[in-house]
Ligand binder design. Structure first.
Ligand code: UDP
Length: 247
C-alpha cells in the first residue's frame, strides 16, 4: 500500500527505544516506527551509532514483513513511512515476551550451557522465551510459566510457537536467497484491539544472526557485540543483497 493513499501524518515522538523511535500518527490505529542508527548490546551496556544502520534495518525489515504477509503470517507492517528509515505499523498492545528461535547453538545459549559444542544444530528448530523486562535483564522463562504468569493463555502459546516455527522456516529461505545462513532470531508479538495476536517489532541483522553461506562472514550485530569491525559494511551488504533479490 502507498502511504499517500492512507494519508497518514507523523505525530509526536512517544517512545525512544534502544534502536527504534516510535511516533504517533493522526490515525488511532497506526504508529510510525523509525529505525535509528543507534546500536546497543548487553542490555544497553555498550552503545554506539552506526551510520546507515537505520535505513538498512528498515529496508530489510519491510521486505521480510512483506514476505511473511504473503505467506499468511499476520504482522504489523502497513506501508513505508515518511522517510527511508521508517514504516507505518498497526498499533498493538505489546506482549512482554521475546521469542527466540535457534537453528544452531550460540550466544546466550552457550553462556548458559558452556559444554554445548559451538554451532551445534537444533533439529527441529529450538524455541525459547525471555521476558521483556530490561530492569531484570530479560530473564529466560519456561513456556509453562508464560501461561502460569498469565502472559499468554495455552491456546495463544500454541499459536505463537507454531507461528515462530513458520517464521523461522520463512526467514531461513529468505536469507538463503540472499546468500546467507540463518543461525538464530528473535521475534515479538502484540495484540490488536480485537485480541488478535500478530507479529510486531522488527526483523533485521539486529535481531537475527546471519552468516555468509559461502565464507562464514558474520553479517549481523555480532560484529558489534564482538568488536569485529566493518559493522556498517555488514548491514549495508545485507540491505544490498535484499534489494537485489527476486521478490
Ligand atoms: N536477540 C535480540 N534481542 C535481544 C536478545 C536477543 O534481538 O534482546 C536476538 C539476537 O540477535 C540473536 C537471538 O535473539 O539473533 C538469540 O540471542 P541470544 O539469546 O543468543 O542472546 P545474545 O547472545 O544476543 O545476548
Amino acid at each position: 500500500m502507498d502511504p499517500k493513499d492512507l494519508n497518514v501524518t507523523r505525530g509526536k515522538l512517544i517512545h525512544q527505544g534502544k534502536a527504534n523511535n516510535v511516533y504517533e500518527t493522526d490515525h488511532d490505529e497506526y504508529l510510525e516506527l523509525e529505525a535509528s542508527d543507534r546500536i546497543s548490546a548487553g542490555n544497553g551496556a555498550k552503545t554506539d551509532v552506526i551510520s546507515g544502520k537505520g535505513v538498512a534495518n528498515n529496508t530489510i525489515s519491510k521486505a521480510i514483513f512483506t514476505k511473511l504477509d504473503e505467506l499468511g503470517v499476520k504482522n504489523h507492517y502497513v506501508c513505508p513511512g515518511s522517510n527511508e528509515c521508517s514504516k507505518i505499523v498497526l498499533k498493538t498492545e505489546p506482549i512482554l515476551l521475546e521469542v527466540i528461535g535457534r537453528y544452531f547453538a550460540t550466544g546466550s545459549y552457550l553462556k548458559r550451557y558452556p559444554e554445548t559444542p559451538d554451532m551445534m544444530p537444533f533439529v527441529p528448530m529450538f524455541i525459547e522465551f525471555t521476558e521483556k523486562d530490561d530492569a531484570r535483564n530479560d530473564p529466560p522463562i519456561l513456556a509453562e510459566d508464560v501461561v502460569q504468569q498469565g502472559i499468554l493463555d495455552g491456546f495463544e502459546l500454541d499459536k505463537i510457537q507454531k507461528a515462530t516455527r513458520q517464521i523461522g522456516e520463512a526467514l531461513k529461505d529468505f536469507f538463503a536467497q540472499c546468500g546467507g545462513k540463518l543461525i538464530d532470531f528473535k521475534v515479538e508479538f502484540g495484540r490488536l484491539p480485537d485480541g488478535t495476536i500478530i507479529l510486531i517489532d522488527e526483523i533485521s541483522p539486529d535481531t537475527c544472526r546471519i552468516l555468509d553461506a559461502n565464507t562464514g562472514d558474520v553479517l549481523d550485530k555480532d560484529r558489534f557485540r564482538k568488536d569485529m569491525g566493518n559493522i556498517a559494511e555488514a548491514y549495508t551488504e545485507m540491505m544490498n543483497r535484499v534489494n537485489n533479490m527476486d521478490q
